[in-house]
Design a protein around this ligand. Structure first.
Ligand code: PAF
Length: 283
């Protein structure tokens, strides 16, 4: 398994793969890999001849008071896991090599990035689309695999790919949960045992909401959202948002909406967790 730091070296490697007719799958990550990431690598492995995993805690997607500095990092462990999963190359750049000090070009999606995490983390998605566009230009992937835990991120990236004609197929990988139902996230490492056990409420309310909406249709949505919020607060969660939006437009649902994204962001202690479910509702 190769490990490269320099952007130009990754691009040269990708070009040589292309010239020899090999397909490339990219798994963009911020490291501190968990079983969710490993499932993305497995999908990439099935899809392409060459699997590239990028590990980069991207500064531009963190707000000034967010956890950029303390974001968990463990490159040694990550590289072992990548090797075990059959990764061909890890790209682990330095921030100053990804962003020139006078960089003045950014990639911004302006619609799907506005609600949910876009509203509570201004600039976050601009940072994500900018770094993902850079990674696509360096790794030249035929496929790129993203997890559905970051459902809004996935929609924003798909829109960027469509709008800017990136020649890459985006593959959505299912969200992976612990036995308890807690969605896997590198940020779960911040949770105390008590916070972790209380955070189980998130998957429980999403499950219950999905069942209620599937059984009774969209009319019950206001009551469903209220009871989700009530249960989360009872478990000690501090709500950033609990919302249901049309899953393809991320606009408020109407009576005609059949495909809903129910998404939430909730703090347990200082840790902000996100989770979601997609629901086909009875029309
Ligand atoms: O989902 C993530 O880990 C990050 O947002 C990504 C896609 C690697 C971009 O930094």
């Amino acid at each position: 398994m190769k490990i490269l730091k320099a952007p130009a070296e990754l691009q040269a490697f990708a070009l040589s793969c292309k010239r020899s007719g090999k397909t490339i799958a990219l798994v963009p990550t911020m490291g501190f890999l968990h079983a969710g990431h490993l499932a993305l690598i497995d999908i990439a492995r099935q899809k392409a001849d060459v699997v590239i995993v990028s590990i980069f805690v991207n500064p531009t997607q963190f707000g000034p008071n967010e956890d950029l500095e303390r974001y968990p990092r463990d490159f040694e462990r990550d590289s072992k896991l990548c090797a075990e999963r059959g990764t061909d190359l890890i790209f682990v750049p330095n921030p100053e090599d990804m962003y020139c000090s006078d960089a003045s070009t950014f990639v911004e999606e302006t619609k799907l990035s506005q609600p949910l995490c876009g509203a509570s983390r201004p600039g976050h998605f601009r940072g994500v689309t900018t770094v993902v566009a850079k990674l696509f230009n360096l790794a030249l992937p035929d496929y790129a695999v993203f997890g559905m835990k970051d459902a809004q991120q996935l929609l924003v990236i798909k829109r960027m790919v469509r709008d800017l004609f990136f020649p890459v197929e985006i593959i959505a990988a299912p969200l992976i949960r612990e036995h308890s139902g807690l969605a896997l996230s590198s940020r779960n490492a911040y949770l105390s045992a008590d916070e972790k056990s209380r955070a189980v409420v998130l998957s429980r309310v999403l499950d219950a909401a999905g069942s209620a909406l599937r059984a009774n249709g969209i009319e019950v949505l206001p009551g469903v959202l209220e009871s989700m919020k009530h249960e989360i607060k009872n478990a000690g969660g501090k709500i950033d948002y609990v919302e249901a939006l049309d899953a393809s437009t991320l606009e408020s649902p109407t009576a005609k909406t059949v495909d809903l994204l129910i998404a939430l962001a909730v703090y347990f202690g200082k840790t902000r967790l996100i989770d979601n479910t997609f629901v086909w509702v009875k029309s």
